[in-house]
Design a protein around this ligand. Sequence first.
Ligand SMILES: [Zn+2]
Length: 144
Amino acid sequence: MKCPACSNMETKVIDSRVVEDWMWIRRRRSCEYCENRFTTYEKVAVTDLLVLKRDWSKQMYDRDKLKRALVIAYGKKNLSLEKIDDIIAKLENKWSWMGKEIASKKLWEDILNVLRDEDDVAYVRFASVFMEFETKKDFKDILK
Ligand SMILES: [Zn+2]
């Protein structure tokens, strides 16, 4: 695994954590050259997941969009990119067992369920951020 700071190929694993219910592994690595520490995830890849929208149109799942939304939801005060990567890894792992398509409503439900366990403030903010992207009715259904 290449070091993201110096591109050196020699990195060692300093900690591995298996989260069994989600079936993914998180590893802390250390670069043997510059001693930079970084995290990698081992999980089933979510490659071409299609999101089925309410109006029956389809859209490719967009990890960057989800990440941006989570960054906004956490806000500057609570922001931990590592935590956000954890959340995305959890969700993608879950979705990877569901096949090639997922209904957008199910997608938002899963995200909100995970956030509700993690952080109340982020949960409420995320819900309001996505009011802009999805129809209000969907959200009223989910939040009930
Ligand atoms: Zn390095």
